[in-house]
Design a protein around this ligand. Structure first.
Ligand code: HGY
Ligand code: MN
Ligand code: MN
Length: 437
């Protein structure tokens, strides 16, 4: 094989240019992206991704949840593939790298293998998971959750956005309701490259985060019901003000998180008041609560405390109360062998690295249930994400993609990787024998 003579390299310029071109689809208003799941912009991004995959000879399959799999055959096609990917959908004020780096980093792995005319033993599949963000259709990681058997497909497709449009209808509208049965493809292993979305790596000057765990998450949706009435003529003592109840509950969420410091986080990210008129006392308030902690018992304790305090507030204020759990996953512990492969790759490439717990959730959390899984983090500027000013350096992107390349290629049946004098990895010729991930 041609590559026996030469070294393989990640093409950093090509990766960076692909990220730049993808960022043009679904632009935000401050330089980032607003490419929410199953919008026309998501459809355009998917078509661009599909074209790029087909250009390098990968065959693209789409499952019934819109998950996209670009298959790059190995020398032994019958083997289960090593999957690598992330998501192309963004937050309404999203950045250019959250999710995109993982999908295009995996594309760069295939492009680099193709440049060298090399195929790994196992097939490699690049994945774009539908609706990772869960901002338009809750919960987050919805389609990877169906793939992993966590959510029922019909329930997922019935999830609606704020305008009452369903996931299933929108998936069909953008033309990505695929034929592949969701969950039908069996990954041998899964790797996901992602920006840290937190400040640790940059503050410590570390190149690579070796993600060992992801903190657990619970999402609640709380509806408080009072009574609309005139803001001018309703005496204070006669009000049933759902908006005030929501404000008090928002304070409680913050207090519960601080009570479980330093690791706990608690946020009310969305609050809708009805009828939202300046001279009507809100009769209804709907708020979302996002609790996270790496210890399951603590996370469950935070949710229990919230329920208790919400009951007390509703009781005291004469409000109706409904609490719905709309998302949850226990703290995730990734596969030791895959994590070790990420760590060894960073070491061989001469990149500084440290074990890290992910604050954010990822599709890898669910895929870890059906295949050995690990993640690679690169730093991001000021740890900022879910903000249009999200930024990384090209070097960080190349380092992360290089580690992904080495870990994926080795797991798929290629030898170890080492840094060349250009500061980029080279992949040695394949070694014989099957290696477990
Ligand atoms: O919410 C999360 O952690 C992910 O970014 N969807
Ligand atoms: Mn993400
Ligand atoms: Mn995100």
């Amino acid at each position: 094989m041609a590559a026996q003579e030469g070294d393989l390299r990640i093409d950093g310029d090509r990766l960076w240019e692909s990220i730049r071109v993808m960022a043009k689809i679904g632009p935000g208003v401050r330089g980032g992206n607003n490419r929410q799941a199953l919008t026309d912009a998501d459809g355009a991004a998917r078509r661009l991704f599909r074209r790029w995959c087909e250009e390098i000879g990968a065959r693209v399959f789409v499952d019934t949840m819109g998950n996209m799999f670009a298959l790059y055959e190995g020398t032994e096609p019958g083997l289960d593939p090593v999957m690598a990917g992330s998501h192309l959908d963004t937050q309404p004020t999203g950045g250019k790298f959250d999710g995109v780096l993982g999908v295009l980093g995996a594309l760069e792995v295939i492009r680099s293998l193709k440049d060298a005319g090399l195929r790994t033993r196992r097939p490699i599949e690049i994945v774009n998971w539908t609706n990772e963000e869960g901002t338009r259709f809750a919960p987050a990681m919805l389609a990877s959750g169906v793939f992993a058997g966590v959510y029922d497909e019909a329930w997922a497709k019935a999830r609606t956005d704020a305008a009452g449009k369903s996931f299933g209808a929108e998936l069909g509208r953008i033309g990505f309701l695929g034929e592949e049965p969701v969950g039908g493809r069996k990954p041998y292993a899964y790797f996901e490259l992602h920006i840290e979305q937190g400040p640790i790596l940059e503050e410590e000057g570390v190149d690579i985060g070796v993600v060992t765990h992801v903190q657990g998450l619970t999402w609640l949706q709380v509806t408080l019901t009072g009574r609309e009435s005139h803001t001018g003529s309703t005496p204070m003592a006669k009000r049933r003000n759902a908006g005030l109840g929501a404000a008090r509950l928002t304070e409680v969420v913050d207090r519960i998180a601080w009570r479980n410091a330093p690791l706990a986080v608690g946020t009310v990210g969305q609050m809708d008041l009805y009828p939202n008129s300046r001279n009507i006392i809100p009769g209804r308030a709907v708020l979302t609560i996002d609790f996270r902690h790496k210890d399951k018992a603590v996370l469950d304790g935070m949710v229990a405390a919230l329920r208790e305090e919400a009951e007390a507030i509703a009781q005291k204020m004469g409000l109706g109360l409904a609490i719905e759990e709309v998302g949850h996953f226990d703290p995730v512990h990734f596969d030791e062998a895959c994590v070790g492969r990420v760590r060894d790759a960073a070491k061989r490439l001469g990149l500084s690295h440290r074990d890290i717990v992910s604050g954010a959730g990822h599709d890898a959390c669910w895929i870890n249930r059906v295949a050995p899984t690990a993640m690679v983090f690169c730093p991001c500027v000021d740890g900022l994400s879910h903000n249009e000013e999200e930024e990384i350096t090209k070097e960080w992107a190349v380092n992360g993609a290089s580690v992904l390349f080495a870990a994926v290629a080795e797991t798929a049946g290629l030898g170890g990787a080492r840094r060349t004098d250009q500061g980029l990895p080279s992949i040695h010729p394949p070694e014989s024998g099957e290696r477990t991930p």
